[in-house]
Design a protein around this ligand. Structure first.
Ligand SMILES: [Zn+2]
Ligand SMILES: [Zn+2]
Length: 280
């Protein structure tokens, strides 16, 4: 209820602000729910734990370099904290773990998961599914770059700019496409993504959730230990995109503790059991 009210208020404020000159960045609004990492300084380095195989290493390096072009943050690749079980890809507090393996014919190319405590991201994971990336359709640098860039983008707090798979590319990895190399290429962020990050990270917080060694606040044990490997564990469908692809799930543990799951589905899976219209 309050979310609805806030959204209404936000729209009202935007309409009001629209009467005056407003910078473009205000309208490049594709953060999701204003969730962001808490920081006490105006610039931060987010660690990306490298749990990926050698085939993915240059892709992860490209994505890390892409997002580090932002004026508000850098990403830094560090040795992975989930190497012992990349299927599970357990999160590490204060950073993002990135994993790949053959997760199976489950329909998804990539999944990003974010743990939220009172509007702040406390940890995140990215999984990319080699079951599809080992096939001729998806075994291309363009598909790999699109999915890695988009999923890491979600862990920064960004939403999609566009969710239609078949319209013209916007030139950003935060745009769904069936043709990631374009032109224009959707393998990397664009200026709207960077403008959105500047807007999201223009304020300072009184605490930081980046690079912490223990959880800030009390994360419910169930939230820490849950295995989030499939849609049955992802919680309530929040949003399905153009064409009915279920794509954003929310698991609410109460007290401001939530886990969000972003999914990018394999578009050529006509029999994808997860494709459907409306909530499950
Ligand atoms: Zn904040
Ligand atoms: Zn996505």
């Amino acid at each position: 209820m309050s979310k609805v009210f806030h959204r209404g208020l936000l729209i009202a404020l935007l309409v009001f602000a629209g009467l005056a000159a407003v910078p473009d960045s205000v309208f490049a609004n594709h953060s999701w729910g204003n969730y962001h990492w808490a920081r006490t300084s105006d610039w931060f380095t987010l660690k990306l734990g490298d749990n990926v195989s050698s085939k993915w290493d240059p892709i992860l390096a490209t994505t890390s370099g892409d997002w580090s072009a932002s004026t508000v943050l850098d990403t830094q690749i560090v040795s992975g904290g989930a190497l012992s079980n990349v299927r599970r890809c357990r999160p590490t507090v204060g950073r993002v773990e990135v994993c790949n393996t053959t997760y199976g014919n489950n329909g998804w190319l990539g999944v990003a998961q974010i743990w939220i405590s009172s509007n702040h991201i406390t940890q995140g994971t990215v999984k990319v599914n080699d079951t599809y990336f080992n096939t001729a359709t998806y075994n291309t640098p363009a598909w790999r770059n699109l999915v890695m860039c988009q999923e890491v983008g979600h862990t920064l707090g960004l939403d999609h700019q566009d969710e239609n798979f078949s319209n013209a590319n916007l030139g950003t990895c935060m745009d769904y496409t069936s043709d990631p190399d374009g032109p224009p290429s959707n393998e990397h962020p664009n200026s709207h993504d960077f403008a959105q990050l500047e807007t999201m990270y223009s304020h300072l917080d009184s605490t930081t959730t980046v690079n912490q060694t223990s959880q800030t606040g009390k994360m419910p044990p169930a939230m820490r230990d849950i295995d989030l490997s499939g849609p049955a564990q992802w919680g309530k469908l929040q949003h399905s995109s153009h064409g009915g692809w279920k794509e954003l799930y929310e698991l609410d543990f109460g007290g401001g503790h939530k886990v969000f799951t972003f999914v990018i589905w394999a578009t050529d899976e006509e029999d994808n059991p997860n494709r459907g219209h409306g909530p499950r």
